[in-house]
Ligand binder design. Structure first.
Ligand SMILES: N[C@@H](CCC(=O)N[C@@H](CS)C(=O)NCC(=O)O)C(=O)O
Length: 230
């Protein structure tokens, strides 16, 4: 079978699962390549270069894409996971950008400094709690309640995939954070479970979690996070 996409990332969920959950859900064929095939030595040699993984290569149009939000919007358009109205389309992009901000913040700007207990606790109980509340309020504003509705309305969109890739992954990797999500964003917690239960996503996560356990972002910053969370 011809491969539609190549995804360059590591064996870690972090930014990669945002793209993988969508590729799995829509049934696109793709092959994983280790990020080191591009990053860092070839980063500037590919067309449309990006600063860092993930990179998606479209085998048909022979195009490279970098920047996780841009990749998700591209796949969302291609596979019909984008909201139709201009307002909700913008909110879908805003949601993905929010997710990427949370990834930056939880890793202390991609591991530029390791966490100290007081800074971690200030983040966990203030900004991370606020982020969870932002997602919860967004969902509630669009009719998400219990097992009904989605983040931006009645139809699953790229925003739901991104939300599950953010918080579903976070609480699987760090089970202690599940109670934070439950406290601040109980409908988002249920939404993540529903997205993770979609058949293709469930199959993918079962295999990934079997093979890679609770790995999150890797490196020293994951070790630092694990020291903080206990
Ligand atoms: N804004 C980029 C950030 C990419 C990024 O920071 N990737 C991380 C790994 S998930 C990395 O390799 N950082 C190292 C670097 O920036 O050199 C995106 O969303 O794709």
């Amino acid at each position: 079978m011809a491969i539609d996409y190549k995804l360059y990332y590591w064996d870690l969920p972090f930014r990669g699962n945002f793209i993988r959950l969508l590729l799995e859900d829509c049934g696109a064929s793709y092959k994983m390549h280790d990020a080191s095939e591009i990053y860092p030595d070839r980063s500037l040699k590919i067309s449309n270069p990006g600063m860092a993984p993930p990179y998606l290569y479209d085998c048909h149009s022979k195009t490279y894409y970098a920047q996780m939000p841009a990749i998700l919007m591209h796949l969302g358009k291609k596979f019909d996971y984008l909201p139709k109205r201009a307002e909700t389309l913008t909110l879908a992009l805003k949601t993905i950008l929010d997710c990427n901000d949370v990834l930056m913040e939880i890793t202390n700007y991609n591991g530029s400094t390791m966490w100290e207990k007081s800074a971690w606790e200030a983040f966990r109980y203030s900004r991370l709690a606020d982020w969870m509340t932002i997602f919860e309020k967004t969902g509630r504003d669009h009719g998400l309640k219990g097992d009904k509705g989605f983040l931006l309305g009645t139809r699953l969109s790229v925003a739901d995939i991104a939300t599950a890739a953010l918080f579903g992954t976070m609480i699987y990797s760090f089970p202690a954070l599940e109670s934070d999500l439950q406290q601040h964003a109980s409908n988002i917690a249920r939404l993540c479970r529903r997205v993770e239960a979609r058949p293709a996503i469930r199959r993918f996560l079962e295999i990934q979690r079997e093979e890679n356990g609770r790995g999150y972002c890797g490196g020293q910053i994951e070790r630092s996070l694990r020291q903080m969370i206990g």
